[in-house]
Design a protein around this ligand. Structure first.
Ligand code: NAD
Ligand code: TYD
Length: 373
């Protein structure tokens, strides 16, 4: 084999949004497994934190590029320079409450940004030949929220469930999924879409339910439960999601969609009370105990989806993936990680985070008795 072809077979993957929650878990797992080099393109918004990747920063296998996926010239230059064997596209604005208060950034990054990446990937793919062309993939990481909301007795979302996005976030992700689908069908780009349920685990920004509740509980602050707390989400430990993405990248069929989920449906109130019990055990020095005293019902999120649930049988059957963590083991690991990484929480919740808390929760007066309805 010539040096050139050997180099090409050791080509990196291009990860977008690798400094965020799922992206950084993925990069750490990928490099830890010795899967080859990674180039990480990240804008470092409030949600991106290079410290998540401090342990690999000096690795010759890791390259960080600070930039925006909407910057077509930059994306083209990175792809031409690094000749990735795959693009794994995580970069997004990802928080529903932020999308309600300011949808513009969601349309820009999630739709325009995906379009920019697709165009660059398509141009690059057109220049490939032989084995390099055969194995090139564009993996688009998406969400179950594109399917809308379920009634209590409805079957879980499967890959053929019609799209019915309800929030600006979900609509922007649904749009990006449609773009990816069109680039497969019209231009033959070898892309695959995954739609995953709610993730939790290390490095999740404390604006999302689980890390927000852990962070607040540690400070004796109220635990704000929206509405009646009976909304249901299907929780998946982030490392299980990362393993699913690796299986899809390696063995997934081009042009297909795979739903990813762990079969852990829980109401928000169940999640928060389980967290409180874990914190009672693992953080006995907390200022307010039992932690459940801190649960506070607040005004609901507008347009709040009632229930999500994922049918992951296609992924399990075809690609032999299964979740390794149960909700109980995953949640315990998560609480332990946050307690052991208080400095990380402190550093990401200083500054602009405080403005977000005021903006999102300032207008949500506590609603007495909401939970007993
Ligand atoms: P996150 O908000 O934690 O991280 C997003 C990352 O993207 C950050 O590092 C941010 O700096 C970066 N980014 C944002 N805009 C960018 C831009 N214009 N250019 C370059 N980088 C940019 O998100 P997450 O929770 O890790 O989610 C990652 C992906 O997975 C998203 O596409 C999301 O829709 C999807 N997803 C998330 C969940 C979940 O529960 N968190 C579930 C299913 C799917
Ligand atoms: P979130 O973590 O924002 O994820 P998503 O909206 O993408 O599902 O919220 C998970 C659930 O928790 C959702 O039903 C909204 C609810 N929630 C609260 O009750 N209180 C909060 O402070 C937050 C952030 C979320």
């Amino acid at each position: 084999m010539s040096t050139k072809s050997r180099e090409r077979l050791n080509a990196p993957i291009l990860v977008t949004g690798g400094a965020g929650f799922i992206g950084s878990n993925f990069v750490l797992e990928w490099l830890g497994a010795g899967n080859g080099p990674v180039v990480n393109l990240d804008k470092l918004t409030y949600a991106g934190n290079p410290e998540n990747l401090a342990s690999v920063q000096e690795s010759p296998e890791y390259t960080f590029v600070h930039g925006d996926i909407c910057d077509a010239a930059l994306v083209k230059q990175i792809i031409e320079q690094h000749r990735p064997r795959a693009v794994v596209h995580f970069a997004a604005e990802s928080h529903v409450d932020r999308s309600i208060l300011g949808p513009e950034a969601f349309l820009r990054t999630n739709i325009d940004g995906t379009f920019t990446l697709l165009q660059a990937a398509r141009a690059f793919y057109g220049t490939l030949e032989g084995e390099e062309k055969e194995r090139f993939r564009f993996l688009h990481v998406s969400t179950d929220e594109v399917y809308g909301t379920l009634e209590p007795e409805d079957p879980a979302f499967h890959e053929e469930t019609p799209y019915a996005p309800n929030s600006p976030y979900a609509a922007s992700k649904a749009s990006s999924d449609h773009l990816v689908r069109a680039w497969v069908h019209t231009y033959g780009l070898p892309a695959i879409i995954t739609n995953c349920s709610n993730n939790y685990g290390p490095y999740q920004f404390p604006e999302k339910l689980i890390p927000l509740m852990i962070a607040n509980a540690g400070k004796g602050k109220p635990l704000p439960v929206y509405g009646d707390g009976q909304q249901v989400r299907d929780w998946l430990y982030v490392a299980d999601h990362c393993r699913a993405l690796m299986a899809v990248l390696e063995r997934g069929r081009v042009g297909e969609t795979y739903n990813v989920g762990g079969g852990n449906q829980r109401s928000n109130l169940e999640v928060v009370t389980t967290l409180c019990a874990l914190l009672d055990e693992l953080a006995p020095e907390s200022p307010v105990k039992p932690h459940s005293q801190l649960i506070t019902y607040v005004a609901d999120r507008p347009g709040h989806d009632r229930r999500y649930a994922i049918d992951a049988r296609k992924l399990e059957g075809e690609l032999k993936w299964s979740a390794q963590e149960s909700f109980e083991t995953g949640l315990r690991k998560t609480v332990e990680w946050y307690l052991a990484n208080a400095a990380w929480v402190e550093s990401v919740t200083s500054g602009a985070y405080q403005n977000w808390v005021k903006q999102n929760y300032g207008s949500r007066e506590s609603v007495a008795g909401e939970g007993s309805r």
